[in-house]
Design a protein around this ligand. Structure first.
Ligand code: SAM
Length: 212
């Protein structure tokens, strides 16, 4: 993804009350931060955050963390949050490879991966957010009944992800190659920014859910 650096984004993210600074002390302490013991769901690579903001508004009984590594992207989500604050949603500006430093074993009940960067070159396969390397990281922080939910418009990335699930011994719970025409899996679907764009171009949306 080509990214235009937004002037002042670093400062805005650093000063925002909605962004929690990356800190190993966070692990195991999210309930305290939210002030309740609700289940914790996270989205990795949330972009501008529309998906998570809609979800958090519908589900006040769940605590959400949106993870995005670029301040220039996150700052757009912050503007929406300032206009419409949600008590059950915080953001973390960090790279997902640091997940295990910020979440304790078993602390997360669900991980959303939406339209993750495809990293098409073989030598970059480990960077894909559904690679076996990342599934191992998710395994370390997911609750026993926890699961991942992954959507993409990229067939090659989807096939790679199915292979990863199989190779790591995870269990595929559900899978579709045309989400918007699958009445079961599309039930309650919340569109992300990318999903809206790609489906408007006529691309099918792929989705899988999996657990360990
Ligand atoms: N999820 C949004 C959607 O569906 O509209 C945005 C999708 S965009 C293609 C992928 C986003 O993931 C980008 O904003 C990118 O910066 C972020 N991202 C990619 N790899 C990441 C990583 N390792 N850690 C945190 N964020 C990441």
């Amino acid at each position: 993804m080509r990214l235009r650096k937004i002037k002042g984004a670093d400062e805005a993210v650093a000063a925002s009350p909605y962004v929690i600074p990356e800190d190993p002390k966070l692990a195991g302490g999210w309930g305290k931060l939210f002030g309740n013991a609700s289940p914790l769901h996270i989205e990795i690579g949330m972009g501008k955050g529309r998906f998570l903001m809609e979800l958090a508004a519908i589900h006040p009984e769940i605590n959400y963390i949106g993870i995005e590594r670029y301040t220039s992207v996150l700052v757009k989500g912050l503007k929406k949050m300032e206009a419409n604050p949600l008590p059950n949603l915080f953001f973390l500006c960090m790279d997902a490879s640091h997940l295990e430093q910020c979440f304790a074993p078993g602390e997360v009940e669900r991980i959303y991966l939406n339209f993750s960067d495809p990293w098409p070159k073989d030598r970059h396969a480990r960077r894909r957010l559904t690679s076996p390397e990342y599934l191992k990281r998710y395994s370390a922080i997911l609750a026993p009944e926890g699961r991942i939910e992954f959507k993409t418009d990229n067939e090659a990335l989807f096939d790679f992800s199915l292979e990863s699930v199989k190779a790591t011994g995870w269990r595929l719970l559900d899978c579709t190659r045309d989400l918007h025409r699958d009445p079961h899996m599309n039930q309650g679907n919340i569109m992300t920014e990318y999903e809206e764009k790609f489906s408007a171009q006529g691309n099918p949306i792929y989705k899988l859910t999996a657990c360990r």
